[in-house]
Design a protein. Structure first.
Length: 158
């Protein structure tokens, strides 16, 4: 595979598939099928970007993810393009989207964070898999989120 113009590898298809799952290889990442092969985008390699299969396979992997973003750097177009590339989406309110995707909250966070600059921040809530990921919220909010998300219910709640 190639990153920032530099070749890495060789990697097996299993390793590349793992890199896809981790968000390290995207559809536009250049890969070669063998050491002497021509570079092609990962999306052109059969079976690399996702499981081949029918609609039922896709439904089993599908998740509903909410993304809320505050973008101050002017990178709205890049962010929106990356968000749209993740799956079907609709904007629910300014800065709030619902995305139907096969990707995890972590992969969504990693993909979207590449489009933003300092001062921008966002949160990703995977309503299907009960996962939460965020970018650039700061250490204080990191600690508060962990306390609330994984904490016990308060006894005085309705």
């Amino acid at each position: 595979m190639e990153a920032n113009g530099k070749p890495y590898g060789p990697y097996s298809m299993a390793q590349l598939s793992r890199f896809v799952a981790e968000g390290r290889v995207r559809a536009s990442t250049r890969v070669a099928e063998n050491a002497d092969g021509a570079w092609v985008e990962a999306r052109q390699v059969m079976g690399l970007m996702g499981p081949a299969g029918g609609e039922n396979d896709n439904m089993a992997d599908a998740a509903n993810i909410f993304v809320h973003a505050e973008i101050r750097s002017g990178a709205q177009h890049e962010f929106a393009a990356a968000l749209e590339a993740l799956g079907s989406m609709c904007e629910l309110a300014p800065g709030l989207w619902l995305v139907r995707t096969r990707f995890s909250a972590g992969i969504v966070r990693n993909t979207l964070s590449q489009t933003l600059l300092a001062g921008d921040r966002f949160a990703v809530i995977d309503a299907t898999r009960n996962r939460f990921a965020w970018f650039n919220l700061g250490p204080e909010i990191d600690a508060r989120v962990s306390t609330v998300w994984n904490g016990p219910l308060r006894a005085d709640t309705l």
